[in-house]
Design a protein around this ligand. Structure first.
Ligand SMILES: Nc1ncnc2c1ncn2[C@@H]1O[C@H](COP(=O)(O)OP(=O)(O)OP(=O)(O)O)[C@@H](O)[C@H]1O
Ligand SMILES: O=C(O)c1ccc[n+]([C@@H]2O[C@H](COP(=O)([O-])O)[C@@H](O)[C@H]2O)c1
Length: 201
């Protein structure tokens, strides 16, 4: 075996989220990724398709608190705030700067984003550059048609064998349902008065 062949490049899952706020859905995904990948890099990002997001520093902090409460024995989930960018192609470039171009990156999205991703900045390049992991989201099963479009764009992808809970950040922002977020995140939201229904929570 040559030096080159004996080199094992570690598998790295890249998971960006608006984290406004991070939910039990994000937590379930991170715990699953922790089990299936060598390293899991996570960050909060501004989404160019969303308006009026909570300031990024708060979303990053909530994500950090949620990561600290993950139930995983591998301790391989890490916040990489330097990966944050509204353009995922820039995130991938930053990841290549950190781990090198030959690292085995997997870019993670929920199935609700499968149709949207083709409208992202430089999506063609992005989809050819990364391997995609699709997390089935309750209510948004990935369809044959959507997956065929990905294949036609030259994307390699897998669909995760994971039942994520039917929760969303929007539902929390709208009604403050307490079981959607972690206790640590909820305390931070209350301390910082982050969402407008806070007075009734
Ligand atoms: N419950 C869930 N099941 C599966 N995927 C999810 C779930 N929640 C979030 N995701 C995925 O995680 C990534 C980040 O999601 P995001 O932070 O936008 O959460 P969200 O709940 O969709 O937020 P919002 O309601 O504000 O749009 C996206 O790829 C999304 O598809
Ligand atoms: O690259 C783009 O054009 C682009 C458009 C929309 C979303 N993204 C990224 O997709 C990730 C998930 O976004 P969100 O809001 O669904 O959590 C996050 O890292 C965003 O920055 C990226």
């Amino acid at each position: 075996m040559t030096d080159h062949q004996s080199f094992h490049s570690s598998s790295i899952a890249l998971f960006g989220t608006s984290a406004d706020p991070p939910t039990q859905g994000h937590k379930t995904i991170l715990e699953w990724l922790s089990y299936h990948y060598d390293q899991v890099a996570v960050w909060a990002a501004d989404n160019p398709l969303k308006s009026q997001q909570t300031p990024l520093k708060h979303r990053m902090k909530m994500l950090e608190l949620m990561i600290a409460s993950l139930n995983t024995s591998k301790h391989n989930v890490q916040l990489y705030s330097e990966l944050s960018s509204p353009r995922s192609i820039e995130t991938v470039e930053k990841a290549e700067d950190i781990w090198g171009e030959n690292a085995a990156f997997t870019f993670v999205i929920g199935s609700d984003l499968v149709t949207q991703i083709s409208r992202w900045y430089a999506s063609q390049e992005l989809l050819q550059r990364v391997n995609l992991l699709i997390i089935p989201r309750p209510g948004y099963p990935p369809t044959e048609k959507e997956l065929k479009i990905l294949e036609e764009m030259g994307t390699t992808y897998q669909v995760a064998d994971l039942n994520a809970p039917p929760v969303s950040s929007t539902a929390y922002r709208e009604n403050g349902k307490t079981d959607v977020v972690d206790d640590s995140v909820r305390s931070y939201i209350q301390e910082q008065n982050l969402y407008s229904w806070k007075t009734i929570n």
